[in-house]
Design a protein around this ligand. Structure first.
Ligand code: PMP
Length: 417
């Protein structure tokens, strides 16, 4: 697969070789690295991508969920252009940030108040800072295999990086174990940070019972429950919290919310968010040159206020559910399945319920790699780990072609299962 891949992509190979002279690994986003070298894209339009060697792809990755609107949504581009026409950096407050805050607070049950950042990573760091400021408690609990950003890496006991707070781990979907740990840490634990579906961890949904157990134990002990909805906020107008009817104390957002421009947000209960209120004594600082940048704020207003709401949200969700059912039908009976919710899904090469991240066998890794390269060859762009995140311009016909390609993969690679 590598030989065929490399032969078809001489320009991508050259870009990688040159970039490696000054960028370790050849790029600046770890997730985009894979061997032998990543495909370099030249252009995108709607849900189509063209690489630098002229090959065309259906984009099923949707910029890891940030590209929800496709590559050329006119209303977003117009909003950004109009904002930039009025000046790039104004070093002042503007009307658009208050409007976007009102839209988000109107949608997400947990959000009374919100503040903006430039990334989901920063949003999570600020949410943890806010939780500590409010509770006076520094310990944090996260799930093994969760992902909350590229600066603080939680991972597990063995590989946490850059986390300046005392850290505790729970197993995802272990309701009883997690609740017991939270109770045992009463008086020390200030925050439980969790994705209501593991995104990077493989599109593994939390059971409602797990989230409800966290909610109950946090309420009992005074630790703040933080939902990282950076990826999952697309699953309803008010995120997965609204679908489950479980309201965290704080929520973090990111990815598509500003129409594909850089974005993050953290928010929640008014009393907690009050620690950032400059009108009050002892305010916690939250600065950032680009926090309210005019292009993200303008695009966010159009993205969330005009495009991704109501029927658009439910239709995307339904399209994803239908696609995942078709994909799972294509691999029925084999150790292969697609997990996820709505428009987000990820392939796994094993049977049985997947409730938390696991260590894959070499044979599973091999199939995962083949799947990625075979799909690329068939003209479908996915994450290297096998994740898809549908964007609004993806059509039913695109989904049907993808399901056919997966059926062909299963037929061709069956001897390797
Ligand atoms: N939280 C989750 C659940 C994410 O998936 C990501 C990004 N993949 C982040 C936080 C970090 O967001 P960003 O890349 O914008 O910093």
């Amino acid at each position: 697969a590598h030989a065929r891949y490399s032969a078809a992509r001489p320009k991508s190979a050259e870009i990688h070789t040159r970039a490696r002279e000054h960028l370790p690994g050849g790029n600046t986003r770890s997730v985009l690295f894979y061997t032998p070298f990543p495909t370099a894209m030249a252009r995108g339009e709607g849900a189509r991508l063209w690489d630098v060697d002229g090959r065309e792809y259906t984009d099923l990755l949707g910029e890891y969920t940030a590209g929800l609107f496709g590559h050329s949504e006119k209303r977003i581009l117009d909003a950004v252009k109009m904002a930039l026409d009025n000046g790039i950096n104004l070093a002042s407050v503007g009307v658009a940030e208050g409007q976007l805050a009102a839209i988000l607070c109107g949608r997400f049950p947990s959000l009374d108040m919100v503040r903006f950042t430039n990334s989901g990573t920063e949003a999570n760091m600020m949410a943890l800072a806010g939780a500590r400021g409010f509770t006076g408690l520094s310990d944090v609990m996260v799930a093994r295999g969760g992902y909350h950003g590229g600066v603080m890496t939680f991972g597990s006991e063995k590989n946490a990086v850059n986390v300046p707070l005392p850290l505790h781990f729970m197993d995802y979907n272990d309701a009883e174990g997690a609740a017991a740990s939270i109770r045992a840490l009463k008086g020390r634990l200030g925050a439980v940070l969790v994705e209501p579906m593991l995104g990077s961890g493989g599109c593994i949904p939390a059971s409602r019972a797990f989230l409800a157990a966290l909610r109950e134990a946090c309420t009992e002990t005074g630790a703040l429950l933080i939902f990282d909805e950076v990826m999952t906020s697309r699953h309803s107008e008010g995120g997965l919290q609204k679908l489950h009817g479980i309201t965290p104390d704080l929520t973090t957002l990111g990815k598509y919310v500003a129409g594909g421009m850089s974005f993050g947000a953290f928010g929640g209960r008014a009393d907690i968010m009050g620690v950032f209120d400059g009108h009050k004594p002892g305010t916690l600082p939250h600065a950032g040159t680009f926090n309210n940048n005019v292009w993200s704020m303008a695009a966010g207003n159009v993205a969330m206020g005009e495009i991704f709401k109501g029927e658009a949200v439910t239709a995307l969700h339904a399209r994803g559910e239908k696609l995942r059912a078709a994909l799972n039908a294509a691999c029925a009976g084999l150790p292969m399945q697609f997990t996820g919710i709505g428009s987000m899904m990820c392939v796994h090469f094993r049977s049985g319920d997947i409730i938390r991240p696991y260590k894959a066998e070499p044979s599973e890794e091999k199939l995962r790699e083949l799947f990625f390269f075979d799909m690329l060859e068939a003209g479908f762009y996915l994450a290297r780990r096998g994740m898809a995140a549908l964007s609004l311009p993806v059509t039913d016909e695109d989904c049907e072609r993808f399901a056919s390609a997966v059926t062909e993969f299963v037929a061709l690679r069956r001897p390797l299962f």
